[in-house]
Design a protein around this ligand. Sequence first.
Ligand SMILES: Cc1cc2nc3c(=O)[nH]c(=O)nc-3n(C[C@H](O)[C@H](O)[C@H](O)COP(=O)(O)OP(=O)(O)OC[C@H]3O[C@@H](n4cnc5c(N)ncnc54)[C@H](O)[C@@H]3O)c2cc1C
Length: 314
Amino acid sequence: MQSGHDRGTVVAHVVALDANQRRVHLSDGQTLAYERLSLDVGSETDVRWLQATGPRLLPIKPLDRFIAAWPRLLAQAGAQPGFRLCVVGGGAAGFELALAARHALRRHAPEAEVMLVAGPAGVLPGHAAGVRRRAVRQLQRADIAILTQRAVGDERGVMLEDGQVVHADVVLAATGARPPAWLADAGLRCDEAGFVAVDAHHRSVSHPDVYAAGDVCCRVDVPMARSGVHAVHAGPVLAHNLLAPPRSAALAVYRPRRYSLYLLACGRRYAIASWGPFSAEGAWVWRWKDAIDRRFIARFSGGTLETDTEEAAR
Ligand SMILES: Cc1cc2nc3c(=O)[nH]c(=O)nc-3n(C[C@H](O)[C@H](O)[C@H](O)COP(=O)(O)OP(=O)(O)OC[C@H]3O[C@@H](n4cnc5c(N)ncnc54)[C@H](O)[C@@H]3O)c2cc1C
């Protein structure tokens, strides 16, 4: 955020935005005025139709809450014979989560059951047929049941559209993105789903002093999937434009490529690569993904990434 008076870092959550008054309201009670705003707050998991699941429901986002809950889930699974985990969402996030959970549970609760509710479009809709076949094979090898029906929340787990109840101790939701609720009252023009409408410069189409990239925005000129690939590549374009002189004619444009590379982790040290019509899989894909991820994170942590990923991947 650029403000006319103070520049610095404020660690707080945005709880409201008034784009007409150029004011951001924070969770610590502060109100900040800005001249230009870069809005990159991502998205939340859309769990509207899973609410009836109640305390058993664990959405993947916000990520900090998920990370805090994960060790408790493993402890519960280890202590509870016949533990059943249901992952809802057949996209890349649900696929990776189901396999990662299976991998972790092998150590903590080898008898636990893992199911993936992928919806009528099946696993990895939007990816090529070859990728989807590989994905289904990996799920079957990991002994993960795939249910291709729409599900709604139920206090026992989830209910499928044919009325069958899938009993689950925990329901992990990776059910697509929705914008943060406070965005609806910000005064910015949004698409019908409520994401900030931006042009090729990643500038709000209604408020030229507001820029947005990543999951929170929607390009009005080209279809663009909500993915980390686009969030990362649009970032430098946004940064350039944010710092450009007022009314500059030389704003940068982000042109999403036709195909994005997706490297989908399969829990153990194995991954599937998906790029348009092409696909591949193997331990080498996992090593490739791991190297890319580590390099990316190291850029922000100022050195080599030190995590327990090595141990967890074994
Ligand atoms: C399990 C999983 C696997 C995925 N795998 C891939 C993949 O392999 N490849 C790929 O391209 N994409 C993948 N994605 C999608 C990718 O993670 C997102 O598209 C990407 O993170 C979006 O980036 P972003 O910066 O917009 O949002 P985020 O990465 O969500 O970052 C948003 C940031 O804003 C902060 N924030 C949120 N609300 C507020 C607030 N009110 N005030 C202040 N700060 C706030 C958050 O704490 C966070 O730090 C995956 C997603 C999931 C869930």
